[in-house]
Design a protein around this ligand. Structure first.
Ligand SMILES: Cc1cc2nc3c(=O)[nH]c(=O)nc-3n(C[C@H](O)[C@H](O)[C@H](O)COP(=O)(O)OP(=O)(O)OC[C@H]3O[C@@H](n4cnc5c(N)ncnc54)[C@H](O)[C@@H]3O)c2cc1C
Ligand code: FES
Length: 338
């Protein structure tokens, strides 16, 4: 049976055919619902169900479990993942649009610099063409086009300021872009990119103490957000938990400590899962360090970024400490399937 879906913020509506997922139908009707991985991993396509209900049965009707990118607590709070959800009634959905921000555009950027930040992380600075006038929200990402229809996603690591944009790229062993293509890039090289993408962004309207939890280069969009808050008299208290394996991996450790001068009540907690004996800081998983420090998360705005496993675990554990799914924002660094 077909169902009609209305997008509350835009007034657009579309018909979902039997067996179709909400996102699939939206894209067929050229309605630009935010999305990335399309396999239920990244959470980019999260929508709020204002009216109606959905299920996660497969195309042929077999009962399915919640996708990895959606916790039971989020489902309970009325959220759904459009790329996997199949309507069981007509729907009204709410998806915040990244308003006051450019529509995603493909442009030819130029590499300004490439340098090592740490053993496995490269700092890439791109210059965007001035005439494109692209504006992004701190927290959003770009897709690097590989020239054969495939792309790779990387989050902006600097606040919007002029046409230069920074990225932190983690080397993936055997990775096509992060190992092969990146090595060949130098100053002046062209790179086709699409941006701005995604709905992970700083919610300035959600004025609560911030708990920001990142693993690895998940720090990149968090850095962009925090730079946007620096020297802002409305900056709420900020706690940043950064999970890595070893001391050597903490590629921005010294710089982050200087942020305390420019952010309000800034607390920085690096957490290492494979620290050497000489490490005197926190050990274990980064989400566990948050739980050890904060008994009650009901009054915080929570930003989670990086490993899909950390994000999935944190959503469940933080909800048990009172975290509201309406004030929990996540950006999962799933890898591209093609
Ligand atoms: C919205 C979004 C934002 C992102 N932002 C960043 C960012 O700012 N910085 C950053 O470093 N990464 C980021 N990522 C992850 C990044 O896109 C992938 O790591 C990247 O696609 C790897 O490309 P590659 O061509 O080098 O590897 P591929 O050739 O695609 O992968 C080779 C193999 O390595 C494995 N693999 C690939 N990526 C990962 C991964 N991330 N984790 C574990 N195994 C992997 C897979 O098994 C894959 O088959 C982001 C991802 C998303 C979805
Ligand atoms: S696009 Fe739906 S979870 Fe990634």
């Amino acid at each position: 049976m077909n169902h009609r879906v209305v997008w509350l913020e835009t007034g657009q509506s579309f018909e979902v055919a039997a067996g179709e997922a909400v996102l699939e139908a939206a894209l067929r009707c050229e309605i630009a619902l935010p999305h990335e991985c399309q396999f239920g991993g990244c959470g980019t396509c999260r929508v709020k169900l204002v009216e109606g209900s959905v299920g996660y049965a497969s195309e042929d009707g077999e009962a399915g479990e919640l996708p990895m990118g959606l916790s039971p607590e989020e489902a309970e709070a009325g959220y759904a993942l459009a790329c996997q959800a199949r309507p069981t009634s007509d729907l009204v959905i709410s998806v915040e649009q990244a308003f006051a921000c450019s529509t995603p555009t493909r442009v030819n950027a130029t590499v300004e610099s490439v340098r090592a930040l740490g053993p496995n992380v490269t700092h890439l600075r791109l210059r965007l063409p001035e005439e494109a006038g692209l504006v992004y929200h701190p927290g959003q990402y770009m897709n690097v086009q590989l020239g054969d229809g495939r792309h790779r996603s990387f989050s902006m690591a600097s606040r919007p300021d002029g046409n230069s944009v920074d990225f932190h790229v983690r080397r993936i062993p055997g990775g096509y872009f992060t190992e092969q293509r990146l090595q060949a890039l130098g100053e002046g090289c062209p790179l086709e990119v699409e941006l701005p993408l995604g709905n992970f962004r700083l919610h300035a309207e959600d004025y609560r103490p911030l708990v920001m939890v990142a693993t690895g280069t998940g720090l990149a969009p968090i850095k962009s957000m925090l730079e946007a808050l620096m020297d802002d008299e409305d900056c709420p208290p900020v706690s940043l938990y950064w999970g890595m394996r070893t001391e050597a991996d903490l590629y921005l450790h010294d710089e982050i400590q200087t942020w305390a001068d420019r952010l309000y009540e800034f607390q920085y907690v690096p957490v290492l899962s494979r620290a050497s004996d000489s490490w005197t800081g926190r050990r274990g998983y980064v989400q566990d360090a948050v739980l050890a420090d904060l008994d009650d998360l009901s009054e915080h705005a929570i930003y989670l970024c990086g490993s899909p496993t950390m994000i999935a675990d944190a959503k469940v554990a933080f909800a048990a400490r009172g975290a509201s799914m309406d004030h929990t924002y996540a950006d999962s660094f799933v890898f591209q399937m093609v």
